[in-house]
Design a protein around this ligand. Structure first.
Ligand SMILES: *Cc1c(COP(=O)(O)O)cnc(C)c1O
Length: 417
């Protein structure tokens, strides 16, 4: 691929980019269940204006950009407030859920090495825990001990207890886990972690900016945040249902001494003293400032309204799916994530991936996941106004694929190229 010798005009470049997007999902029409989160026109406006202000700024050095130091500290502080962190809580902004999780895994390994002398650390987690924990174990040389989930898809703490031993450095629970959207028994997982002095991380990448408002709206919710004694760290993604543009998440630790285990400080380079809070070097100010602006713009009231709308959308979807013969919802957490599977009681069983293909032909994009084969929906305010149309199309598609099967059994949460 030859790189062009001659540059092109701004208009020509932008026009070509606009052309390239034609095949992309039309998220702004609400037909995508996940990946893009639409908080509405004014949320987009405030994010875009903040993004323009901070497009070129760099949080690598907050002495050059003290505003980004303040922005980080305020966003972290507000998030800690929502998650009932004690006064001691300390955190950082990262580029996303994966980076927050990697930081939590590293912090657990480093604490166990420093305080317990562990050199061959192990992580105990349910099979529902996000793939990023396996990535972290791979990168940081830890062994994963993976346990089956219970019939309701929540972590099986007895099974986890059987895998815990003297080398355990970290136990993981999710609030909620991604595949079926259920909240793990966090108090029991934290207690188990405490029994061997390992870290307990709660992955609230998906729930961090939903569950606090679910609770304020009065819906049932098991304990999951810093009010649970023994939770060391929590990850919460602003670029999901925090409605900030992509590239921003929060990692919180119960206190600063725990946070210290994720940082890297080096004073032996010709370039000078190097202190790094997370995994990046140069850090774009754009997502940090945009997240700050979105949080300021929405306030608790704004998030409550977006959460109320999200739950209304998700409840209506669950109700509609239940009314269609041949499909059903697996392990219903009752929040904003839905796993739709074939109903085994109905013959011939619907091929859920053929159903996914039929829905995609009508413009509805789901994540194909498994095992077991399911279509995943992360429901948000993005889907407001299209749920009835979706359910009507779903009913038509189920009839269309009854008795059919697709050879494509691939699942694709994330892709390489
Ligand atoms: C999205 C998600 C992650 C990973 O976050 P990224 O921002 O995609 O890196 C981790 N855990 C859960 C539960 C998630 O939903």
């Amino acid at each position: 691929m030859a790189f062009a010798r001659q540059g092109r005009s701004v208009d020509a470049v932008i026009a070509e980019l606009e052309g390239k997007r034609q095949a992309d999902v039309k998220w702004s029409e609400g037909r995508t269940f996940g990946m893009v989160y639409n908080g509405g026109p004014s949320v987009h406006e405030v994010a875009e204006r903040a993004a323009r202000l901070y497009l070129h700024e760099n949080a690598l050095n907050t002495k050059a950009f003290p505003s980004l130091g303040q922005i980080q500290s305020e966003v972290v502080g507000w998030t800690a407030d929502l998650l009932h962190g004690p006064d001691s809580v300390a955190g950082f902004l990262t580029s996303g859920g994966t980076e927050s999780i990697l930081c939590a895994v590293l912090a657990a390994r480093e604490r166990a090495a420093a305080e317990r002398g562990i050199t061959e650390g192990e992580i105990v987690l349910p099979e529902s825990a996000h793939a990023a924990f396996h990535k972290g174990a791979h990168l940081f040389g830890l062994k994963v001990r993976k346990t089956a989930v219970q019939a309701d898809w929540t972590a099986d703490v007895d099974a986890m207890a059987r895998e815990v031993g003297p080398n355990t450095v970290l136990l993981v629970g999710s609030a909620p886990q991604y595949p079926q959207g259920v909240v793990d028994p966090i108090p029991a997982i934290a207690e188990l972690a405490a029994s061997v002095d390992a870290n307990c991380h709660v992955d609230a990448c998906m729930g961090g900016f939903v569950l606090p408002f679910v609770e304020m709206l009065g819906r049932d919710l098991p304990p999951w945040d810093f009010r649970v004694e023994g939770v060391h760290s929590i990850s919460a993604d602003l670029h999901k249902l925090g409605y900030a543009p992509k590239g921003v998440s929060v990692i919180l630790h119960r206190h600063k001494a725990l946070r210290k285990y994720q940082t890297f400080v080096f004073d032996g380079w010709l370039g000078g003293f190097y202190a790094s809070p997370s995994l990046q070097g140069t850090r774009s100010g754009l997502p940090m400032a945009a997240a700050w602006a979105v949080m300021q713009h929405l306030g608790v009231e704004g998030y409550l309204e977006l959460t109320r709308q999200t739950l209304e959308n998700a409840d209506r979807m669950r109700e509609g799916i239940a009314a269609i013969e041949g499909v059903r919802v697996l392990g219903d957490g009752g929040y904003h994530l839905i796993a739709m599977a074939a109903d085994p009681a109905v013959e011939p069983a619907i091929d859920i991936f053929a159903l996914g293909d039929a829905l995609l032909r009508r413009g509805w994009f789901h994540d194909r996941q498994g095992p077991p084969d399911t279509l995943h929906s992360t429901v948000s305010n993005s889907n407001t106004g299209v749920i009835e149309e979706y359910l009507a199309d779903l009913a038509v598609c189920v009839e269309e694929v009854r008795g059919q099967r697709t050879d494509d059994r691939s699942t694709n949460y994330a892709t390489l190229e």
